[in-house]
Design a protein around this ligand. Structure first.
Ligand SMILES: *[C@@H]1O[C@H](CO)[C@@H](O)[C@H](O)[C@H]1NC(C)=O
Ligand SMILES: *[C@@H]1O[C@H](CO)[C@@H](O)[C@H](O)[C@H]1NC(C)=O
Ligand SMILES: *[C@@H]1O[C@H](CO)[C@@H](O)[C@H](O)[C@H]1NC(C)=O
Ligand SMILES: *[C@@H]1O[C@H](CO)[C@@H](O)[C@H](O)[C@H]1NC(C)=O
Ligand SMILES: *[C@@H]1O[C@H](CO)[C@@H](O)[C@H](O)[C@H]1NC(C)=O
Ligand SMILES: *[C@@H]1O[C@H](CO)[C@@H](O)[C@H](O)[C@H]1NC(C)=O
Ligand SMILES: [Zn+2]
Length: 512
């Protein structure tokens, strides 16, 4: 394993962008005929049912609809990947002055659990991507991920609602298992045709009450009414298209692809088609626009690997450009679904609680596990496993979690931490006393949400990234300075040599 890891460092340094990608499409994955989809909007009604449709939910006119941008990340959460995401989102705000949020589909090999806690407490969505990154995942890979994230990162179970299949390799059985397990959504399917194309499969997120309507040419036994999973949502991954239109399709990490039939990736060409695809959505029915990333490809502090600075700047230029347009919101899937279930006009987005930014008031002297470094000081332990030592505030386990044993006993019996209890629905957990803090009305929040529009006196988020330094592996909404004004993020700098091998393997072996 060690030699594999080091070999990959060398390979990566030499040819950083020639990595075979998962999530690459070669053509349409569906057609109207293959979909054989029908759904009666008079029977299928929000909030629990939504027909697959290219029109916005709730019968809203597109001018009343937010243009959502979903920035997602997949695979292991480590300092390198969190830093990589921070450089794009760390200082951006939505039109109501709240920090933007994102969804992280987390797999657990080489994940540093304490950073998952931080990320979640910063307001981001943590979703399931199996424990060890396997395609067509068995039940224990999916459920074990929930158990381990709950036990070692303190993520409340009701807040892990989404799933993406490794390699986007899902089946009807996967969707059925997720529905039976109480997940709210899957986001593994692709919308593979441009929004303007005849018979496009670029549907707004929809429920599977009438079966799947995407990937009908690629997923066995799907579509034509199957699988029927009432109330279970599919959030399609919306492809991007270069000058070749439907023939020039790009999905994940588009900046790693060559565009327009050329043989090498070219940031300018990528920027151009990211903008043209965005505009097609924005000027049309405003289907969500996604940037689906494996952030390790955009890391700047990864030992031995040159930072892809021009590509990073290009992506930030794109986000600035997008955010300077009215009604553009960068959101997590969870936020987007909250709006789809309750589709108010964009001027009323603040009526939806998920769009608020609320900072809990936590006594900075309290020693608790809550994703805030000041509170966690002295509680976070380093768990010295040879493959990948990780950190957790919830007590090191005797062995790394596995699908057959996702929550091993704690190793140090003299310092037993209480794992978060199933009825604690916030991350504010005192693992020493075993009590849930900040529960319901006992928790005081500062609501920092502003009226929509203050950012540049119009409805834009403004796209500011120039004035703030890139935060290093901190919570990108500034949760670190919730209580103390000094936004110290001590202890989260990614310099541990031990992490290097694991981190490399984290993205290559698990491959994306
Ligand atoms: C893991 O987290 C610890 C504690 O925050 C940090 O010191 C360390 O650098 C992190 N390592 C990686 C590779 O993420
Ligand atoms: C993808 O799924 C198919 C069908 O279930 C399976 O045969 C194949 O091994 C999977 N590929 C990966 C990479 O998991
Ligand atoms: C909104 O503000 C941005 C940034 O200040 C600006 O570029 C854009 O033109 C403004 N839009 C309108 C409609 O005023
Ligand atoms: C991931 O973890 C599992 C369980 O500990 C282990 O069997 C597997 O080898 C690991 N995968 C990689 C790629 O290291
Ligand atoms: C176990 O916990 C005790 C008490 O906090 C601590 O002093 C000791 O270093 C811990 N041992 C290990 C191996 O982590
Ligand atoms: C939560 O569960 C614990 C035991 O696991 C129990 O003592 C406590 O009263 C419960 N709290 C609530 C609010 O139900
Ligand atoms: Zn993956």
């Amino acid at each position: 394993m060690l030699s594999t890891g080091l070999g990959l460092v060398a390979a990566l340094a030499a040819v950083p962008f020639v990595v075979a990608q998962d999530g690459s499409l070669t053509g349409p994955t569906s057609s109207s005929a293959a979909a054989g989809y029908s759904c009666d909007p008079n029977q299928c009604k929000l909030p629990s049912c939504n027909c697959a449709s290219t029109s916005p939910p709730g019968g809203l006119d597109p001018s009343q609809v937010p243009q959502f941008v979903t920035f997602t990340a997949d695979d292991a959460i480590q300092s390198y990947t969190i830093d990589a995401v921070n450089q794009f989102l760390g200082s951006r705000l939505n039109p109501n002055g709240c920090p933007v949020k994102m969804t992280y589909f987390t797999s657990l090999n080489y994940t540093n659990y304490t950073l998952v806690t931080d990320w979640y407490v910063a307001g981001n969505e943590i979703a399931d991507h199996t424990m060890t990154h396997v395609g067509t995942p068995p039940n224990d890979e999916v459920m074990g991920n929930l158990i381990a994230l709950n036990a070692l990162a303190g993520i409340p179970l009701p807040d892990i609602i989404g799933f993406r299949a490794p390699f986007l390799n899902y089946s009807v059985d996967t969707l059925t298992m997720l529905h039976n397990a109480g997940f709210t959504y899957d986001s593994s399917a692709s919308a593979s045709l441009p929004v303007g194309a005849d018979g496009t499969d670029a549907f707004w997120p929809y429920t599977l009450d009438n079966g799947l309507a995407n990937d009908c040419l690629t997923v066995e036994n799907a579509c034509k009414g199957n699988p029927k999973l009432p109330g279970f949502w599919e959030i399609p991954m919306y492809a991007l298209f270069d000058q070749r239109g439907a023939a020039g399709v790009h999905l994940m990490d588009p900046w790693l692809d060559a565009a327009n039939g050329n043989s090498n990736p070219d940031d300018e060409a990528t920027l151009q088609y990211m903008q043209s695809t965005f505009s097609d959505h924005y000027k049309g029915n405003r289907q969500p626009f996604g940037l689906y990333t494996h952030p390790i490809h955009l890391a700047t502090d990864y030992p031995g690997v040159p930072a892809p600075t021009p590509t990073i700047n290009m992506i930030n230029d794109f986000l600035d450009w997008a955010q300077e347009q009215d009604d553009v919101w960068i959101v997590s899937n969870e936020q987007m679904l909250a709006w789809i279930k309750n589709p108010v006009p964009v001027s009323q987005l603040n009526n939806i609680p998920e769009f608020h930014c609320q900072q809990p008031k936590i006594d900075s002297s309290k020693q608790i596990c809550n994703g805030i470094p000041q509170n966690e000081a002295g509680l976070v332990e380093e768990c010295m496993f040879t493959d990948f030592p990780f950190y957790t505030c919830y007590g090191c386990p005797t062995d790394p979690p596995t699908p057959s044993n996702p929550n091993p006993d704690q190793s140090n019996k003299t310092q037993t931490r209480h794992r978060i209890s199933s009825n604690c629905t916030t991350a504010f957990w005192d693992p020493v006393q075993g009590t849930c803090l900040c529960e319901g009305s006992s928790c005081q929040y500062n609501d920092l949400t502003q009226a929509i529009g203050p950012n540049g006196a119009n409805l834009t988020g403004g796209g500011s990234r120039s004035s703030l330094p890139t935060p290093k592996a901190s919570n990108f909404n500034g949760a670190a300075d919730l209580v103390l004004s000094s936004a110290s993020v001590a202890g989260v700098l990614g310099t541990a040599v031990v992490g290097v091998v694991g981190a490399v393997m984290g993205w290559t072996l698990v491959g994306i």
